[in-house]
Design a protein around this ligand. Structure first.
Ligand SMILES: [Zn+2]
Length: 407
């Protein structure tokens, strides 16, 4: 008994998407689900009670950040990530690979999701100019905090994530951009597979060495960028990986995803993955992307965007995105969104929130973060209900029809 498993529920007819339930030692996650990001063991701007009240089922933190500050040992001594941050439900940590390789490190600019106007030289810094250098054994990087040098290997990542103690942890992977060359992508997928094998072996060793700890589920990450053959072979490689009879408990789908082809790229992976294991699509939250991912068979999602844009006064509504500054009816006592059931929309008006922007009050970020997180969590919840009722196609068409109608 591990205390971790996935029960697939009803499927979307003719699609890889499905409803389901992930069982973890700290509670269940009904899927599809949006997992709220608390990078540094904190959901920026809000308290755990707010996160619970808005319906979030799990929180994802980042192994790289917690390794640097406050250190995995302290989190372990606190009783693990959930207890340390005062969160009562399931937790997830990602491996740190993405942050090590993207946080001002491997890339000159943000990860390229829209490559139309960019050349490779604009995005991919030469190895000598990076704060992180990848080799076949691991990644050496300089801390974004103080410039100190560190090394992540698959074994280090597993050790850190075991000490952090989240219910779901991820194998160390190399994250590429859409602009890396085909030979580089091939080599990178092979490296990520080799790292995945080492992560599973170390995870097996650590799990056996700590039988009194709650079981931690390890997900392997499917890379391969925009190449169908690489995505499929990467997924098959992870599925075939076994150490002492142990296999990955689930799978992440990561890396560069072209926005217009997100569903298709996700499907290449999910078609190769076992039906009875959960799949997590890393770093996705825009409504149209979330729905495309759900249809293509992803069960869980995480992304910093809903909370990050909220702190800049951007809010999601069913009628599209707005900024608090340019909200229609800024002297109105109506809520941000009439049919939203969040704490913000229940308690305060557009006029009040607009006042907070002018007054530069900190609490504005809490109000807008609660609204945006509720919006995203609820979208996944409603998709799940629609799948269970056999009405996903109708739900998706109605939602997107309204969301995109705004001129
Ligand atoms: Zn709201």
């Amino acid at each position: 008994m591990t205390g971790f498993n996935f029960t697939p529920g009803r499927a979307i007819p003719g699609q890889p998407g499905r409803a389901g339930v992930i069982h973890t030692p700290h509670g269940d996650i009904a899927t599809p689900a949006f997992i709220v990001v608390g990078t540094q063991a904190a959901v920026k701007g809000v308290l755990p009670r707010d996160v619970a009240a808005l319906g979030a089922q799990a929180v994802l933190a980042n192994a790289y950040h917690l390794y640097l500050q406050p250190g995995a040992e302290l989190v372990e001594q606190a009783g693990g990530l959930a207890r340390f941050m005062g969160w009562g439900g399931p937790t997830v940590t990602d491996s740190g690979g993405f942050q090590v390789l993207s946080l001002g490190a491997g890339f000159k600019k943000v990860l390229a999701m829209d490559t139309d106007r960019l050349a490779a030289a604009d995005v991919i810094a030469a190895n000598k100019d990076r704060l992180a250098q990848v080799d076949d054994d691991g990644v050496t990087f300089k801390s974004h905090r103080d410039g100190s040098r560190h090394r992540f290997t698959p074994e280090v990542s597993m050790g850190v994530q075991h000490r952090l103690g989240a219910d779901i942890i991820f194998a160390l992977d190399e994250c590429t951009t859409l602009l890396n060359s085909r030979p580089y992508q091939e080599a990178s997928v092979a490296r990520t597979q080799a790292w995945a094998e080492r992560c599973l072996a170390e995870h097996d060793r650590l799990t056996a060495a700590r039988p009194d700890h709650p079981y931690q589920a390890l997900f392997g990450v499917v890379q391969g960028a925009q190449h169908e053959d690489l995505r499929r072979s990467a997924a098959r490689g992870l599925v075939a990986t076994a150490v002492n009879g142990r296999r990955f408990d689930g799978y992440g789908i990561g890396g560069a995803l072209e926005k217009g082809r997100l569903g298709q790229i996700c499907r290449w992976a999910t078609e190769e993955l076992p039906w009875d294991k959960p799949r997590h699509l890393l770093g996705i939250s825009a409504p149209e992307d979330l729905l495309a991912g759900i249809e293509a068979g992803a069960d869980t999602f995480d992304c910093v965007d809903p909370s990050r844009v909220a702190r800049h006064g951007v809010i999601y509504t069913r009628d599209g995105r707005y900024t608090v500054d340019t909200l229609p009816n800024k002297r109105s006592f109506a809520p941000l969104e009439a049919d939203c059931d969040c704490q913000t929309c229940a308690q305060v008006s557009r006029a009040y929130l607009h006042h907070l922007t002018r007054a530069k009050e900190l609490s504005l970020a809490a109000w807008t973060t609660i609204h945006n997180l509720r919006f995203t969590v609820r979208l996944a919840d409603e998709a799940r209900v629609a799948i269970e009722r056999g009405q996903f196609d109708q739900f998706k068409a109605e939602f997107l029809g309204r969301y995109r109608r705004r001129p």
